[in-house]
Design a protein around this ligand. Structure first.
Ligand SMILES: [Zn+2]
Length: 74
């Protein structure tokens, strides 16, 4: 698995849409590739924020600021 492949699959992985074999491959790659790990963490946090905003009452402005803060890091 290379970075290009792993980044393409990261979203499916986060959504739990990957079959077990691919999930294992992506996990191995993320664990030894700093670049993909950062990206994975970023997408994971973003997903959590978006999910939270759908379930709870979060002011859209607050959410936007938090996402912008996340984006600033990268
Ligand atoms: Zn990588």
């Amino acid at each position: 698995m290379n970075c290009k492949e792993s980044l393409r699959k990261i979203y499916e992985f986060l959504d739990g849409d990957l079959e077990k074999v691919s999930s294992a491959e992506i996990e191995v790659h993320i664990n030894c590739c700093r670049h993909c790990w950062d990206r994975f963490e970023f997408e994971k946090q973003l997903k959590t924020l978006i999910k939270k905003s759908c379930c709870k009452e979060i002011c859209p402005d607050t959410l936007r600021k938090r996402i912008e803060a996340l984006l600033d890091k990268y």
